[in-house]
Write a protein that binds this ligand. Structure first.
Ligand code: C5P
Length: 240
C-alpha cells in the first residue's frame, strides 16, 4: 500500500488517499494544540504515542464489535482507516466533572457524576464548536434522528468498554470525545482518534492528570504523561 495525494490536513493529523478508493492513510503529526489552535507546540515523538495509543484502543473497540473506521497500524506514526463522510458533531461522554462541564455548571473538578452525561458539539471552527442540543441538530439537519440515537448509544457502549479497559491500567476515564462517520457501505462508524488528546485520564490512586490538560494547564511533561498511558495500555494487552 502506498500513500498518494494529501486530502486533508488537520491540527494533529494528515489524511492521504491510497490505491483503494474506500481507504485513507492517516499520518499523525508531532504537534500539540489546544484552545481551538491558539496554543500550539512541537513535541517530538507525540505522533508515535498517539498513533500507538489510538491503534490499541480502536483494536479494543473492534474486539467488542463496536463499528469503527480502524483497519490497521501501518508504521510508528501511520495507520490505515476506512474512508468516511464525517458527521459534523463531536459527542462528549462524561463520568466525572471536569473541563467545560465543571465551568458551565459550577461543579468541582473531580466530582463523580451521578449519571453519565452525553453532550453534542457542532464541529465548526469559526463558531468555536458550540454545545448544541437535539433541536439544534434537527434545525441544522446535521444527522438523521435515527443516526443521532445510534451515535449516542455507541458513545455509551464505548464509555462502558473504555472504563473497564482503563481500569485495568489503573486509570480513571473522566471524559472523552468521539467523532463518527459514514463508511462506504453506509454504516455509522466511530472515526478520528481516541487518545490522551481526546480523553481525560487520571491515575486511579493519585488523580494525577495524564492527558492533554497537562499541556492546556502547562503543569508538566506531556511526553511523560502520554508514555505512561501507552506503557499501561501495553501492559494490559500483555495481561490479556
Ligand atoms: O473541554 P471539555 O471539557 O468540553 O472537553 C471534554 C472532553 O472532550 C475532553 O476529554 C477533551 O479532551 C475532549 N475534546 C476533544 N476535542 C475537542 C473538545 C473536547 O477531544 N474539540
Amino acid at each position: 500500500m502506498e500513500k498518494h495525494a494529501l486530502l486533508y490536513e488537520g491540527k494533529a493529523k494528515q489524511l492521504y488517499t491510497v490505491d483503494h478508493p474506500n481507504m485513507l492513510w492517516v499520518q499523525y503529526k508531532d504537534v500539540l494544540t489546544a484552545f481551538n489552535g491558539e496554543k500550539q507546540e512541537q513535541l517530538l515523538g507525540k505522533a508515535q504515542l498517539n498513533n500507538d495509543i489510538s491503534s490499541l484502543l480502536f483494536q479494543q473497540l473492534s474486539m467488542e464489535n463496536i463499528p469503527n473506521h480502524f483497519i490497521r497500524r501501518l508504521s510508528e506514526t501511520e495507520q490505515l482507516v476506512q474512508k468516511t463522510t464525517i458527521i459534523p458533531l463531536e459527542v462528549v461522554v462524561r463520568n466525572v466533572a471536569a473541563g467545560s462541564l465543571a465551568k458551565r455548571l459550577g461543579l468541582d473538578e473531580g466530582e463523580p457524576l451521578k449519571q453519565t452525561i452525553v453532550e453534542t458539539y457542532y464541529k465548526d471552527d469559526a463558531l468555536g464548536d458550540p454545545l448544541i442540543n437535539d433541536d439544534h441538530i434537527r434545525l441544522l439537519e446535521l444527522v438523521s434522528e435515527e443516526r443521532l440515537l445510534t451515535m449516542k448509544r455507541l458513545a455509551l457502549d464505548v464509555n462502558h468498554l473504555l472504563i473497564k479497559h482503563f481500569n485495568i491500567c489503573n486509570l480513571k476515564l473522566v471524559d472523552f470525545k468521539l467523532e463518527f462517520g459514514i463508511n462506504p457501505e453506509g454504516m455509522l462508524v466511530v472515526s478520528d482518534e481516541i487518545s490522551p488528546d481526546t480523553c481525560r485520564l487520571w491515575d486511579l490512586d493519585t488523580n494525577e492528570k495524564l492527558d492533554k490538560d497537562v499541556f492546556r494547564e502547562g503543569t508538566g511533561s506531556i511526553g511523560e504523561a502520554y508514555q505512561t498511558i501507552l506503557s499501561r495500555l501495553k501492559g494490559a494487552v500483555e495481561k490479556g
